[in-house]
Design a protein around this ligand. Structure first.
Ligand SMILES: Cc1ncc(COP(=O)(O)O)c(C=O)c1O
Length: 329
């Protein structure tokens, strides 16, 4: 895409499914694009970005992929999966304390052979920690390729530009709804869907930015330059909702769990408590407030993340709510 090459290791396009039970329940036409079904490491949106990063890493002769995130980063897990597949080492730097147990993504990282370096936030610059870890690997003779947080930059975002092109082939119009974290997924879709009959709404799931549209414009400007796009936008064109953060990043929230239960019980599809569950809870609120109109066509991008269901903080809340359905005869 735009002269950038990738390793094609995914069976694309991902399917798009009409969800009949949920559509009936919500009174809308609900479609889901199943980017959670991408193969390797339990799937998810970061694999599309990693197709580009792995190619760039191989070209540089890299032997180790280094990335950053929280202790429960899905991006780290998928970087670990791809590193394993391509015979590289993986190291994930997480600005977090040890969460008290080796579970969920952290467990999967270790199963797939990645090293996880936890560094409690104490005013240290993340990139200083990255440099220290990078040097340690280089001193051991490794060639290290760094992938930014969430795989979001002008190279990784190409994966979601391609996803937008897939979408244009699969359905003709509708309101695309996607989770916004490090922004690359939204930005790729934004650029690829611009000028089409789709409307794109992003749901921000953590308090990461002072002005999320300003940040979007910065990332857009980088993509525009790198991809040579003939496209001019103002920040008001970024429809990103920052009113569904619900108190923090990856925090247990009752309405989010209710949304997760609803999706699972209507369609047998698992969302996660940090990203996709929050976004689906936002969809329910937008329907209740009348912002999403009866009969409107929704295309929900399922970006993966189900291992997050197994993190301690979420699990204990779900156990409290669901244990009554476990009976002993
Ligand atoms: C499951 C899941 N969905 C959505 C996102 C958001 O994607 P992006 O960081 O490209 O905004 C992430 C990011 O980590 C994720 O793990």
């Amino acid at each position: 895409m735009f002269g950038y090459e990738k390793e094609s290791f995914l069976h694309l396009p991902t399917p798009i499914h009409y969800l009949p039970s949920l559509s009936k329940k919500l009174g809308v036409e609900f479609y889901m694009k199943r980017d959670d079904l991408t193969e390797f490491g339990a799937g998810g949106n970061k694999l599309r970005k990693l197709e580009y990063f792995v190619h760039a890493a191989k070209k540089k002769g890299a032997t180790t992929l280094l990335t950053v995130g929280g202790a429960q980063t899905n991006h780290g897990r998928l970087t670990a999966a791809v590193a394993a597949k391509f015979g590289m080492k993986c190291v994930i730097v997480a600005m977090d304390e040890y969460p008290g147990e080796l579970s969920a993504n952290l467990l999967l990282d270790r199963i797939m052979g990645a090293e996880v370096v936890l560094h409690k936030e104490n005013g240290t610059d993340l990139m200083d920690v990255v440099e220290t870890v990078k040097k340690r690997y280089e001193d051991q003779g490794e060639v290290v390729f760094f992938i930014p947080m969430g795989g979001s930059n002008a190279l990784g975002d190409l994966g979601y530009y391609e996803c937008a092109l897939e979408l244009l082939e699969q359905v003709k119009d509708g309101r695309v709804i996607v989770t916004v974290g490090s922004m690359g997924t939204y930005m790729g879709l934004f650029c690829g869907l611009h000028g089409s009959d789709f409307r794109l709404t992003g749901v921000l799931i953590g308090p990461f930015y002072e002005d999320v549209r300003e940040y979007a414009l910065t990332q857009f400007t980088q993509c525009k330059a790198a991809w040579n796009l003939d496209l001019n936008v103002t920040k008001s064109e970024f429809d990103i909702r920052d009113n569904y953060i619900r108190g923090g990043y990856n925090n247990p929230v009752k309405e989010v769990r209710e949304a997760i239960y609803e999706m699972a019980r209507a369609e047998g599809i698992l969302l996660d408590p940090c990203y996709t569950g929050k976004t689906y809870a936002a969809v329910r609120d937008m329907i209740a407030s009348g912002e999403i109109k009866p009969g409107e066509k929704i295309v929900f991008i399922h970006t993966g993340g189900f291992p997050g269901l197994y993190t301690h903080a979420h699990r204990i809340e779900m156990e409290r709510e669901l244990i009554d359905g476990v009976t002993i005869l």
